[in-house]
Design a protein around this ligand. Structure first.
Ligand SMILES: NC(=O)c1ccc[n+]([C@@H]2O[C@H](COP(=O)([O-])OP(=O)(O)OC[C@H]3O[C@@H](n4cnc5c(N)ncnc54)[C@H](OP(=O)(O)O)[C@@H]3O)[C@@H](O)[C@H]2O)c1
Length: 288
């Protein structure tokens, strides 16, 4: 493994028990990284870890059990990661989900906004000092092309007045892009980069917990044309590891290429407002 591009580097991939996250963890372990994965259930996460980095000489895979929809879970995870990793070279914010119906988290927040946006916001904030101390370091967030249909509804961020699964999802994925751009501005000069990507449309368990009935048939058909998780992981793995993107920050990628995101995502005033709102909802200071 000596000489591998990620040898000696520590990486945390949220949601590494399945889908794109697990494939990302496999890809980065194969490049020599020490990889930590997270999932809600310890036994399931340990089973998922068994097939990651299984080649002789690969560093061990670390398993962290945490429900990231709850802020206490995010804070516990951050504390465990800080204990386990004296340096953290890459954080991959991958966890995300889709719910056809509105659900509340343990904190009383709408789940899509809480898990897809507030969890990476809070986790990144809590790990930022360690990432900065490990610079050059990278923060990679998995968004979606669905961000293009999104709008940040500051008057109703949590769909209290009117919820639609698609609207909540698109808003959260737009929030991932705007968060990354704002983070990159704030990290300018630190040696820590922030990039965001669309992994493609990938055959995973995505959205299976609460699927709209009319979507189920459509999704079964669409699966025939979807990418495999390994193909979906190609862009996050590239952003987390490739020397080609060393120092590249504040950019949106698809198919391992920088590309433009939606017009709304470049609204710097809205990004600053979203940062303030997210800081207030997570108890972080807005200057973090
Ligand atoms: N699949 C696609 O076509 C597609 C397209 C564009 C973007 N994306 C994005 O790609 C990312 C990964 O999606 P995926 O398709 O790989 O999804 P997935 O197959 O549903 O995997 C989700 C992962 O997140 C974990 N997870 C779910 N809820 C959690 C929670 N409350 N706390 C902690 N971990 C949780 C799951 O672990 P446990 O179940 O073990 O807890 C699992 O490891 C998401 O951000 C999604 O928005 C996916």
């Amino acid at each position: 493994m000596a000489g591998a591009v990620m040898a000696g580097k520590s990486v945390l991939v949220t949601g590494g028990t399945g889908g794109i996250g697990r494939a990302t963890a496999i890809g980065l372990a194969a490049l020599g990284a020490r990889v930590g994965i997270t999932g809600r259930d310890q036994a399931r996460a340990e089973a998922a870890a068994a097939g990651i980095g299984a080649a002789p000489g690969d560093p061990a895979v670390d398993v962290f059990a945490a429900d990231l929809s709850a802020q206490a879970g995010v804070r516990r995870l951050a504390a465990q990661v800080l204990d386990s990793y004296p340096r953290l070279d890459v954080l991959v914010n991958n966890v995300g989900g889709f719910w056809a119906h509105r659900h509340l988290t343990a904190d009383g927040l709408e789940r899509t906004f809480a898990l897809n946006h507030l969890a990476p916001f809070l986790l990144t904030s809590l790990l930022l000092d360690r990432l900065t101390a490990s610079a050059p370091a990278r923060i990679v967030t998995v968004s979606s092309g669905a961000h293009a249909g999104g709008r940040i509804d500051f008057g109703d961020l949590q769909g209290e007045r009117d919820y639609s699964g698609q609207r909540a999802y698109s808003q959260s994925k737009l929030a991932n892009v705007m968060f990354t751009y704002e983070l990159a501005r704030r990290l300018d000069g630190t040696g820590v980069t922030a990039t965001v990507c669309h992994p493609g449309v990938v055959h995973t368990s995505f959205g299976a917990e609460d699927q709209a009935a009319h979507m189920a048939v459509m999704i079964r058909v669409a699966r025939l044309f979807m990418k495999t998780p390994a193909q979906g992981a190609a862009t996050p793995v590239y952003l987390a590891s490739s020397p080609e993107v060393e120092g590249v920050t504040g950019r949106y990628f698809a198919n391992r290429k920088p590309t433009t995101s939606s017009n709304a995502s470049y609204d710097t005033a809205a990004a600053a407002q979203l940062w303030q709102a997210s800081a207030a909802l997570t108890g972080m200071t807005a200057t973090t």
